[in-house]
Write a protein that binds this ligand. Structure first.
Ligand code: ADP
Length: 305
């Protein structure tokens, strides 16, 4: 093994130990004509994080992922992947990314066998045993034209292709959109298990909450062009409370107890309901305030308006 080969092989491990962000977006803005989709967005992902990117249809998830990968140019801001500006990513760093776009109509005339052979030629780190294992476990035919596979099969094939070169960063745009509801969560779980061992950083976008419940360790909410909140899902469910009372009472309560106000809503009875993230548990002493826990659906409804 020469010095170059040694350094190529050591890079991923050295990288996983680092706490440098794998992805860093700073002040990213992007508009389609007059429609501003991303607004001074900041986001960073650390090595090994598994993040579900949540947002409503049209919130800009695909736009954000494409911008992150350098497939779209932002009007302002910088994108850094593996400590390099995305526009000048080296081939070595580019080969550390796996990307599953929402839809890909490419290669419809190829068979999966031909497609995989084609991609194998580009990547030094291609794991044939993993490809064989996934193709058989997910019962994907090797010799039918890709155009004849179902949407779900094509999506799985796209994921096999993205995992085959053992990426350090895996970006999946609605990876289970074509799968039936029963299979979605188990499939995602399996997908994440595939990459956990290697410490791969994973981002997958979704607007389907059940996809996240057993899979995403972190959730990031995209709303109004920004990442409004990012945190471990368990921690959020534990820390975020809904508090209701007249607004002035809520204001006093929050200034006394602290906590981040994540959203505010006026209620019909003259009261307001706020979602507050509390860093320390608080035992409610104030009878004029109603406090309740929230579930993921509440968070989604309030944080992705
Ligand atoms: P999401 O993935 O969250 O559904 P998208 O990033 O696909 O959101 O789209 C964000 C917004 O930008 C939507 O309103 C969409 O209609 C608009 N949009 C997306 N792509 C284009 C494009 N190429 N040209 C013009 N508008 C676009």
């Amino acid at each position: 093994m020469n010095a170059n080969q040694a350094s190529t092989q050591l890079t991923p491990l050295a990288h996983q130990k680092s706490t440098q962000p794998v992805v860093q977006l700073q002040d990213i803005s992007l508009a389609y004509d007059a429609h501003q989709v991303l607004k001074s967005l900041n986001w960073q992902l650390l090595p090994g994080q598994v993040v579900g990117l949540l947002g409503r249809n049209g919130a800009g998830k695909t736009t954000l992922l494409e911008t992150m990968l350098g497939l779209r140019e932002a009007a302002t801001g910088t994108v850094t992947l593996f400590d390099q500006p995305v526009q000048s990513l080296t081939d070595d760093n580019r080969a550390r990314i796996g990307y599953v776009p929402q839809q890909s109509d490419l290669f419809q005339g190829f068979t999966p066998r031909q497609l995989l052979a084609y991609f194998r030629s580009f990547y030094p780190r291609w794991n044939e045993a993993k490809v064989d294992g996934l193709m058989s476990r997910w019962a994907l035919p090797l010799d039918l034209p890709i155009g004849k596979l179902s949407g779900g099969q094509q999506q799985r094939l796209s994921i096999v292709r993205a995992l085959a070169h053992e990426p350090d960063l895996l970006v999946l745009d609605e990876p289970v959109a074509s799968l039936d509801p029963a299979g979605r969560r188990d499939f995602l779980r399996e997908l994440v298990d595939q990459v956990l061992e290697r410490g791969t950083t994973v981002i997958f976008s979704t607007h389907i909450l059940s996809d996240l419940e057993r899979v995403a360790f972190n959730v990031a909410f995209l709303s109004e062009g920004r990442i409004s909140v990012q945190a471990p899902l368990d921690e959020l469910l534990d820390q975020v409370k809904s508090i209701s009372a007249p607004e002035s009472v809520l204001q006093t309560w929050v200034s006394r107890h602290g906590g981040d106000v994540l959203s505010k809503k006026k209620l019909d009875n003259g009261h307001a309901r706020w979602l507050v993230r509390l860093s320390t548990p608080i035992h409610l002493m104030d009878a004029s305030i109603e406090m309740a826990s929230v579930n993921l659906e509440d968070l989604f409804m309030e944080l992705t308006q």
